[in-house]
Ligand binder design. Sequence first.
Ligand code: DGL
Length: 257
Amino acid sequence: MNNKEKPIGFFDSGVGGISVLKESLRVLPNEDFVYFGDSLNAPYGTKDVNEVKKLTFNAVDFLLDKGAKVVVIACNTATSAAIDALREKYTDIPIIGIEPALKPAVEISRGKSIIIMATPMTLAEKKFSNLMDQYNKDVNIISLPCAGLVELIENGIIEGDQIQRYLKDKLKEFMQIDVASIVLGCTHYPFIKNELIKIVGEKTIIIDGSIGTVNELKRRLTRNNLLNEKKTKGIVTIHSSSINNSTIDLSYKLLKL
Ligand code: DGL
C-alpha cells in the first residue's frame, strides 16, 4: 500500500473527537479514517498531566500500528498535555492537534466577553496561558472549567434535564454580562450545543476548533503529498478501549447526527 492510501488516524479520550471526524468527512470525503477513543480511561481532563501523556503515546502507537499516515489529536486536553513531546518522538509523521478556537472568537467579539468552556487540564496548561496572553488584551476572556460534563456525554446524555441543569448552574453567574461568543474548548461539547443555545440564545455565537483543525489537516496532507487520490467514498473504522459495546454504537450514532 502506498502512503497516500493509508488511513488518517484520529484520537480522543473518548467519543468527543467524533465531532472533529465529522467535519473531516465533509472536507476529505475520499480519505479512510481510523478512530481510537480511549473511553475506558475518560475523562482525561481531571487526571494528572503525566498520566494523560502516557495514555496519549499509547493511543498514537495504536494508530500507527493500524497504518495511520498522519495522526490528529482530536482532544484539546491531550494536545495541551502531549503535543510537543509527541512531535519530538514521532518525527516522520505529521501530528495535528486541536486547540481552543480563541482567534476566531476574538475577531467577532470586539469589546464584549468570550466564555471558554474546556476541561480543567486544558485551562491550566501552559499552552492555554500562551494563547490567552496572545488574545486577552482586546477582549474579556472568561475561563470556565467544566469538570463532569465529559462523563455525561460519554454516557450518551447529550440532551434533556441533566444537561440543562449542568449548563444552567455553570453559566448562571454570566447571564447578566454581554457575552458575544462561547468557545467550546473540548471536542465532546459540540454534541451539547443545542442545549447550550436554549440557555444563551441564538445571538451568542458558539465556536469550536474543528474547522481550523481540519483545514490544517488538509494543508498538511497536501504539503506532504499524502492526499488519497481515490474517487470512492472513504471508510471509517472506530475502535474504543471501552469494555462496553455501547460505546462503539454511541460513536457511530454521534457521527451520523
Ligand atoms: N474531548 C476531550 C477534549 O477535547 C475531553 C477530555 C476529557 O476526557 O476530559 O478536551
